[in-house]
Design a protein around this ligand. Structure first.
Ligand code: COS
Length: 385
């Protein structure tokens, strides 16, 4: 299928594919087994200059957009989403700075993120603020030239590995969602520590930890936007980054499908390859059709966002919902094609299957995506009257 990529975009795909084939695929089982962060692979991604794809040139990036970023994420995800999420979380961690930071803040933080010298992470989720993002309890109290932060963030991707953190905290409890504010924190600030590395079902190469704030003194100039804008910063951040999760879904589905087709051609039962059986062909046909549909919706959404429309929430949520439900279904069916062998750890199918589940959960469960889409459809209908 030709999606009319530009020459630069084809180059991004080639570079990312090479890293996937040469670095990610040969190392993914070991990284998964050892639950080891993919530091060396991220270095290769930095050497290929792919960290700055979505970052404007004036801040050290490539000057591209969501589409360019998603193309790279999709390729890495064909190999391993434990690796690709460690790459993609940088966009989630840094978009609040790009979207709401001052020129000074962008100049200070973005070039190191664009070069891959420093990783970024985003801190929104807490023990009691998951789907209910407005339920954040971490507080930020202004005292002189500093905000004093107290609280704990949970399940933060890249926590401990990243140097730059964008964090949502409450500055005015009485105002609900409008009482939240966004801040830039740096690893090493006094009172800012990390919890233990979480043990997970899948994406075991990625690092997930708590962010713990005990009287952390954050300079006033690290506030992003204005006080009270934190919830909007978080929502707009998710609107921009959810297509990246869709790209993980498309890549994972394609990776699992490719393995299943190859296996079906090689596996002989009843005196012929199982690929000759209609039942297998039909499973592959459904997997291929859904994956291509997910890709088409993702690319349309990414290009739509790059055209800078006013409201992107609905399309962003649709692409995340469809691609990640597809990834779960395709991983399930691909494992079924491998049957008993698929259940064994020496084949990659059980890892695709374990990894796929998180896609329906992080950056908003797929139930939350349906809430966002449904609410927007109703709003659009009401606006027509
Ligand atoms: N862009 C801009 N503004 C937005 C917005 C968006 N995408 N989404 C909501 N807002 C605004 C609303 O317009 C509303 O503004 P007013 O107060 O002026 O009316 C305000 O923000 C509150 O919105 P709403 O009432 O819809 O908030 P809810 O508390 O009901 O929450 C959901 C909305 C469920 C969509 C939100 O909490 C959410 O996305 N949850 C999932 C969080 C998530 O993805 N977590 C994953 C971990 S982060 S990696």
């Amino acid at each position: 299928m030709d999606y009319f990529l530009s020459d630069e975009q084809k180059m991004i795909v080639d570079l990312a594919r090479k890293i996937t084939q040469e670095q990610i695929v040969p190392n993914r089982a070991k990284l998964d087994e050892e639950e080891a962060f993919p530091t060396e692979i991220l270095k290769k991604i930095a050497e290929a200059d792919l960290f700055g794809l979505y970052i404007p040139e004036e801040y050290g990036g490539f000057g591209g957009g969501v589409m360019d970023f998603c193309l790279a994420v999709e390729e890495f995800s064909k190999g391993c989403i434990g690796v690709s999420v460690s790459f993609a979380a940088n966009a989630l961690g840094s978009y609040p700075i790009l979207g709401f930071g001052t020129d000074e803040q962008k100049k200070k933080y973005m070039p190191d993120i664009a070069s891959g010298k420093k990783l970024a992470a985003f801190g929104l989720t807490e023990a009691n603020a998951g789907s209910d993002a407005a339920g954040v309890q971490t507080t930020a109290v202004l005292k002189g030239d500093h905000y004093i932060l107290n609280g704990t963030k949970q399940w933060i991707t890249n926590a401990g590995e990243a140097d730059t953190y964008t964090v949502i905290a409450i500055t005015d409890k009485s105002k609900g969602a409008r009482g939240a504010s966004a801040f830039i924190l740096e690893k090493g600030m006094e009172g800012f520590t990390f919890g233990k590395k979480e043990k997970k079902l899948g994406i075991r190469a990625s690092a997930t930890r708590e962010l713990i704030f005990q009287d952390v003194k954050v300079p006033k100039e690290n506030l992003l936007g204005r006080e009270g804008m934190g919830f909007i910063v978080a929502m707009k951040n998710l609107d921009h980054s959810r297509p990246g999760i869709a790209a993980q879904g498309v890549g994972l589905a394609q990776g699992a499908l490719d393995e299943a087709v190859k296996y079906a051609r090689e596996r002989v039962q009843f005196g012929k390859p199982i690929s000759a059986l209609a039942v297998i062909q039909h499973m592959l046909a459904d997997m291929g059709t859904k994956t291509e549909a997910a890709r088409a919706l993702l690319y349309a959404t990414a290009r739509f966002i790059d055209s800078k429309p006013k409201d992107i929430s609905k399309m962003s949520a649709m692409s995340k919902l469809f691609a990640t439900d597809t990834a779960m279904e395709v991983a399930n069916d691909a494992l079924q094609v491998f049957a008993g062998y698929g259940y064994m750890r020496e084949y990659p199918m059980e890892k695709y299957f374990r990894d796929a589940k998180i896609l329906q959960i992080y950056e908003g469960t797929n139930q939350i995506q349906r809430n966002v889409i449904g609410a927007q459809l109703i709003k659009e209908s009401a606006a027509k009257k």
